[in-house]
Write a protein that binds this ligand. Structure first.
Ligand code: GAL
Length: 681
């Protein structure tokens, strides 16, 4: 039956450009980019830079994210002509532009005239000029000034055909503890809790006589305070970053074409704010992917990609990555020859549509003189340039095949900032790291299933056959309902250690773990133990150990015990360590042990098997990472060998070798850091 739109809805849909013109956030090609700072160089140099970029296959630059003093040299006097000239010259070289709003680096005239825009640390000391990120994210004057700058930029470039998108600010990080911000926090609490009685009850402030009789008594605490207060401050920080961002974003949205997307560059596992809160107004998620010291850790780094893909549940951009090495680590070793290329393909495999190198060339002075670049201090290519140029050629060759593809997963791992914070404030065993816990499940899951989504417990889950929650310490009522519904609809939900202990105010649930899931599971956590040494476990997943932490479980008759502890502290001896139960069409499993690698592999194999997750692809040899990107018509396999030995992989059928003129192959041999991009025949 043809559905007819009600007239009122039709008017809204077609009159509102925000609805009728969806933003073109889905890339039309693979992008390779460089962070370029034209303001640091004479204009006569730009042509050479852009020529070298073009020769390397670089097809976008990000500019202006620190160029406020060049764009507004004195208050109200704007100079955007040079930006326009840079955009035009880039266009001549076939290089698109992403514009950064410059609020991460306010000019000296601004902070001198409006010192209230500088952040204040916890000891009351105000930041000074000379670094960056010295602004106060909550300050109304700063918001006014940064929105004005964004507005002038959007007016000038919002319809520019060579500007494809916007990055707001740069790596949100610093917050302020000044009295005005404290008052804003207290007002935020009043809005959230309504009355002091409600707040006092939900934070159990009778403990240590913390009961508040006036909103102005409530302090800012970041470490040792009441758990409800700590969590509230983090939520306030997140909401304040969101509104800080929206302040600029709204201005750009009103003035710019909808095809120009808006993002901000986030930072992987960084957890100073809730990235789900801050992402929701963006068109595109992006992150800055730095190895720092050592070499690419495919699991931890791959999980950070998947985390970023989960913010908006679609492809994302790597907005910065290291051209070989950084300058801020204790040992800034370079990635091996070939590793930068391997890393670029690892990014694409996980759903990135762009990779940008930070930076093109080091400023001759400034804090980052030693950082890796693509051209040297003399402006000519460094050894890595050719490797990046190879990536450029390969991106061009594979672009058409990869467009319209994304990562599709039958398995989700749940991640929540609130749970991470809750655990990190009270680790109980200092070694218990929530990101390590997540990766301990993610790594074997991905090795066998080849695609894993990392999403919030608030995300829609029905499309997954298996949902693993490694450390869901804190759940809101809405999240609890979401997980219950997932099981009711036939999903298999697996909880890891420390799950479902806290409520939405970071209070203990007045129930044993896993709270409301204990009844349907027919089992619960009787006691948790921080461990000095690993304890033995045995059962359906063989013989192994649990390290760092062990939860003594109990199981009712019709709940299956999968693993039991061996002899250890007496309390745990012979007690259930992992239990499972079919619940209606679905299943709940609880794993109370931190399993060693080998046992975790078997546990994961059991989970995938029990949930009906299958892949046509076999498990790859050690060191080889397989990623799959799919559309309705295509499956693209990206194989990256991160080991130092040659590895041969037999394919599940004939494939088209996209980087080798599409020749048909049934196996590939990958040297160290070798890459293969394979499509359907
Ligand atoms: C990022 C930052 C860049 C640059 C880079 C160096 O965190 O966004 O501006 O400083 O680090 O690795």
């Amino acid at each position: 039956m043809k559905r007819i739109l009600p007239a009122v809805l039709a008017t809204v849909l077609f009159a509102n450009p925000l609805v009728s013109q969806a933003p073109a956030t889905d890339a039309t090609k693979l992008y390779l980019g460089a962070a370029w700072y034209p303001e640091a160089w004479p204009e006569s140099r730009w042509e050479r830079d852009l020529t070298l970029m073009q020769q390397a296959g670089i097809n976008f630059v990000r500019i202006t994210e620190f160029a406020w003093s060049a764009m507004e040299p004195s208050e109200g006097h704007y100079d955007l002509d040079w930006v326009n000239r840079a955009i035009r010259l880039a266009e001549k070289h076939g290089i698109a532009v992403v514009l950064g709003t410059p609020s991460a680096a306010p000019p000296a005239w601004l902070t001198q005239k409006y010192p209230q825009t500088l952040w204040v640390d916890q000891n009351g000391k105000r930041a000074e000029h000379g670094n960056r990120q010295q602004f106060n994210w909550a300050n109304p004057k700063y918001r006014e000034l940064s929105a004005k700058m964004a507005s002038v930029m959007a007016e000038r470039f919002g319809h520019d055909p060579n500007v494809i998108g916007w990055q707001i600010d740069n790596e949100y990080a610093e917050v302020s503890y000044d009295p005005q911000t404290k008052k804003m926090f207290q007002d935020w609490l009043r809005t959230r809790y309504g009355t002091l009685d409600a707040l006092n009850a939900r934070w159990t402030t009778s403990y240590w006589s913390q009961t508040y009789s006036d909103w102005s008594q409530i302090p800012i605490e970041t470490k040792y305070g009441n758990p409800g207060l700590l969590l509230s401050w983090k939520r306030f920080i997140s909401d304040t970053w969101r509104s800080y961002q929206k302040n600029q974003l709204d201005v750009i949205r009103t003035k710019a074409d909808r095809r120009q997307w808006i993002t901000t560059n986030m930072m992987g596992w960084f957890d100073e704010y809730d990235h789900y809160t801050v992402s929701q107004d963006l068109d595109l998620a992006s992150w800055d992917d730095y190895v720092g010291s050592g070499h690419l850790n495919a699991a931890r780094n791959g999980a950070a990609h998947d985390l970023t893909r989960g913010f908006l549940r679609k492809n994302f951009w790597v907005m910065e990555t290291q051209p070989g090495f950084v300058n801020w680590h204790a040992n800034n070793n370079a990635l091996d020859k070939g590793e930068v290329r391997a890393m670029a393909w690892h990014d694409i495999g996980h759903g990135a549509d762009a990779v940008e190198y930070w930076q093109w060339r080091s400023a001759l002075n400034g804090q980052e003189e030693y950082h890796g670049t693509l051209v040297g201090a003399d402006g000519e290519p460094v050894p890595l340039y050719d490797e990046v140029a190879r990536v450029g050629k390969e991106f061009t060759a594979a672009s058409h095949e990869l467009m319209g593809t994304t990562v599709k997963s039958q398995v989700a791992v749940l991640q929540s900032y609130e749970s991470r914070w809750a655990i990190n404030w009270q680790r109980h065993n200092r070694q218990w790291d929530p990101v390590d816990a997540l990766v301990s499940y993610y790594q074997p899951l991905r090795a066998e299933a080849h695609s894993v989504d990392i999403v919030s417990p608030s995300a829609p889950l029905d499309s997954y056959k298996l949902v693993v929650a490694p450390a869901m310490n804190l759940l809101t009522p809405q999240q609890t309902a979401n997980l219950m519904q997932y099981v009711e609809h036939g999903g298999h939900l697996v909880f890891g250690q420390r799950s479902v202990m806290k409520d939405e105010d970071n209070s203990l649930q007045p129930a044993r773990q896993p709270g409301p899931f204990a009844a349907p599971l027919g089992g619960r956590v009787e006691q948790y133990y921080a461990l000095l040494a690993p304890v033995p476990v045995e059962g359906a997943w063989g013989n192994g150990t649990s390290a760092i932490w062990a939860e003594q479980l109990s199981a009712k008759d019709d709940t299956e015990t999968l693993m039991r502890y061996g002899k250890s502290n007496g309390w745990l001896d012979g007690q259930p360590a992992a239990i499972t139960k079919k619940v209606g069409k679905g299943r709940i499993t609880y794993i109370g042990a931190w399993l060693d690698e080998n046992t975790a592999k078997k546990a994961v194999h059991w989970m995938l098997d029990t949930s009906g997750v299958k892949s046509a692809w076999p498990v790859m040899p050690e060191g080889v990472e397989l990623s799959l990107r799919e559309s309705n018509q295509r499956e693209i396999a990206i194989l990256v060998n991160l080991s130092t030995e040659t590895k041969t992989i037999t394919l599940p059928g004939a494939r088209k070798d996209i980087l080798h003129n599409g020749e048909s192959v049934t196996s590939v041999s990958l040297p160290a850091y070798g890459v293969a991009v394979l499509g359907n025949q």
